[in-house]
Design a protein around this ligand. Structure first.
Ligand SMILES: [Zn+2]
Length: 263
């Protein structure tokens, strides 16, 4: 694993789930050859791609380190409305790589210490040899239409007033299509048909891959599952509630519905 980028890199330095940024109209990350140059130390560093031609690196910063002058460690969720999608994508990748490294210092099978494996993103157990890879959890996100209306719902954890399309994790042994039918049935008690792939987006809270589909209502009336859904309903394009931020695939799916139905 290279210890230093060939050119000055953009550093996505995470302390836990919080990213080091210089705050302003648009949050910026520091540019340097090493974290030490920025005045921070790193337990782990790893290349995570590029942004506008600049190499990008992730760094894991110990809890005791203070942010340099003019910068702060901030929750990625707190700034995602203010950053563009390429920045969010690199920051999300860095967050997941740092979190994976921080939680795989020891082997889950034998408790031995791990070390970075050469040539791939993996930690190898120094005692039993088991390889530990970053975990990615597939989840479906589905936009259901009924004529000129879209199904939007509220989960208990959402910011006040916000409603979005339905989403849920794929369970072991389940196809994506099965997940969609199960989730929609469980969460709001309706049946759907005409599933069509829309697109996907990595979602780093903590390690999802959102797989987007559109579907049509096929039967049943909305009955929200009380533990998962506070409220759900059919909305016209001209009368939408507060929506998720533009950087999210959920919002892209809703905006696409608005375009389809002409606002
Ligand atoms: Zn082991």
């Amino acid at each position: 694993m290279p210890e230093r980028p060939p050119a000055a890199a953009l550093w996505f330095a995470f302390q836990g789930d919080r990213l080091l940024v210089f705050e302003g109209d648009e949050p910026r990350v520091p540019r340097a050859f090493t974290p030490e140059e920025i005045g921070i130390e790193a337990l782990f560093r790893q290349p995570v791609g590029s942004l506008n031609g600049s190499p990008c690196w992730a760094a894991e910063v110990p809890d005791r380190v203070e942010a340099p002058e003019g910068a702060a460690f901030v929750d990625l969720r707190a700034i995602f409305a203010a950053v563009n999608e390429p920045f969010f994508a690199v920051a999300g990748r860095a967050k997941q790589v740092v979190n994976w490294h921080a939680t795989h210092r020891f082997c889950g099978r034998c408790g031995g210490e791990t070390e970075p494996a050469a040539g791939e993103l993996a930690m190898r157990c120094t005692r039993c040899g088991m390889m530990h890879y970053p975990r990615v959890s597939p989840a479906v996100i589905v936009r259901v239409r009924r004529g000129g209306k879209i199904l939007l719902a509220r989960s208990p954890g959402f910011p006040k007033g916000l409603r979005s399309v339905l989403a849920g994790f794929v369970e072991p042994g389940e196809s994506i299509e099965e997940t969609i039918h199960r989730e929609v049935r469980e969460e709001v008690g309706i049946e759907v048909e005409s599933l069509r792939y829309f697109g996907s987006q990595p979602w780093p809270f903590p390690n999802s891959l959102m797989i987007g589909f559109t579907a049509d209502h096929a039967g049943g009336e909305i009955r929200p599952e009380p533990d998962e859904i506070e409220d759900a309903g059919w909305y016209r394009a001209g009368d939408l509630p507060q929506l998720p931020p533009r950087v999210s695939i959920a919002r892209r799916m809703i905006d696409d519905f608005v375009d389809e139905t002409g606002g």
